[in-house]
Write a protein of this length. Structure first.
Length: 377
């Protein structure tokens, strides 16, 4: 030191970097419950004054899922290396989405992590409730239609084939409905397995090609035009847009970043595209409502006006969260009333199918009995 004319200013001990544990890749999905409890417990522990690393470690011990424990082991190793919680969570995008990570990132940057975790918990709860409502709304029609076609299948496989020799044994011209029914039964008897395999292959092919953006775009555009499902899908996307954007703005995330994150959380690609298109207009100084007004079929005029009022008054987050509650109520009402709305349609479909089968059986029996009574005379 002295030989080189250097003066010692400060001295610090060399810190050894902790060894990073090897973490096996996580297979499968982490459940909503695990993610919700992680946010809930983390908020409680931070409120109680526990250090961040200790809080995550404690949650890891309480986690019931082995998959989630693997994820948290990896998160803890990144925290030990000096990374932030948001950066540590972002290493697992399949578990913690952009909304989750960015709310925590904003909380860490502004020192309001506890408050942002409250917003995140509320958002997770609302998203989960929305999914449950949609599933409940679609359950009734699916059950009715599947039960009806199962019954028709049992009739076609086990009962109607026994009537074929009876019909064909009499020298009469069978009515058209009966001929159609008999032809259908014979086709399924001879090629049933092949048809079943073909249907499965077509479904799998459809699922595969639906992953492509162009096909998904067409499918989602068609969904929006359907009478009842279209309205439900529109309300779901408006509710997600409002609550996600409102939550992000309230947590302190800049509007451009918040809009990008919000677009990725929407289920319909048409809404995703329109929200992302609006970002370039916002970057040039326009308000959020100005672009939404040009798409009244996707964003109703009332929706755009409420957002405009929020921007003018400086309470955009309040307006968005109010709209979220409104559309969530609309979805809830639709889910409750969907069985009543669809019941007449389902009855018509079931009636037509059952009526066709009944007429196809009764008409030839009537012809046969009529012929036999003529012979007796």
């Amino acid at each position: 030191m002295l030989e080189k004319n250097l003066i010692l200013i400060s001295i610090e001990p060399i810190r050894k970097k902790p060894k990073r544990k090897f973490v096996f890749p996580v297979v499968g999905k982490v459940s909503y419950v695990d993610k919700f409890l992680f946010a809930k417990h983390l908020e409680m522990m931070i409120k109680a004054g526990l250090p961040l690393r200790e809080s995550v470690s404690e949650i890891r011990e309480q986690a019931g899922s082995r998959k989630f424990k693997q994820v948290l082991d990896n998160v803890i190793s990144h925290l030990d290396n000096g990374e932030s919680l948001a950066d540590s969570l972002s290493k697992h995008p399949a578990v913690f989405d952009e909304l989750f990570v960015n709310l925590i990132k904003a909380g860490e940057a502004s020192g309001t992590l506890e408050e942002n975790l409250k917003y995140l918990i509320a958002q997770l709860e609302k998203n989960h409730d929305l999914k449950k409502m949609i599933k409940a709304a679609l359950l009734y029609p699916i059950l009715v239609l599947s039960s009806t076609f199962s019954l028709i299948g049992i009739l076609a496989i086990y009962i109607l084939p026994k009537l074929i020799p009876l019909f064909e044994g009499f020298d009469i011209e069978l009515p058209l409905p009966t001929r159609i029914l008999l032809w259908t039964i014979k086709v399924f008897q001879n090629y049933g397995l092949g048809i079943f395999i073909l249907i499965i292959v077509l479904v799998l092919v459809f699922i595969f090609i639906s992953r492509f953006r162009a096909v998904k775009n067409i499918n989602h555009r068609i969904v929006l035009k359907l009478p009842i499902i279209g309205k439900l899908n529109r309300n779901v996307n408006l509710a997600y847009f409002s609550r996600t954007l409102g939550t992000l703005i309230r947590s302190g995330i800049p509007i451009i970043e918040a809009m990008n994150i919000t677009a990725d959380t929407l289920s319909n690609v048409i809404y995703q595209e329109q929200v992302k298109k609006s970002i370039s207009r916002i970057q040039h100084g326009e308000e959020v409502a100005s672009y939404l007004k040009t798409k009244p079929k996707l964003f109703p005029p009332v929706f755009s006006r409420m957002i405009n009022v929020g921007e003018k008054t400086g309470k955009l987050d309040d307006s968005l969260l109010y709209l979220a509650k409104f559309y969530e109520k609309e979805i809830s009402d639709t889910a409750r009333n969907l069985s009543t709305i669809l019941e007449p349609i389902l009855l018509i479909i079931v009636g037509l199918v059952v009526g066709f089968v009944a007429v196809s059986i009764i008409m030839p029996i009537y012809e046969i009995t009529h012929g036999l009574s003529g012979l007796k005379k």
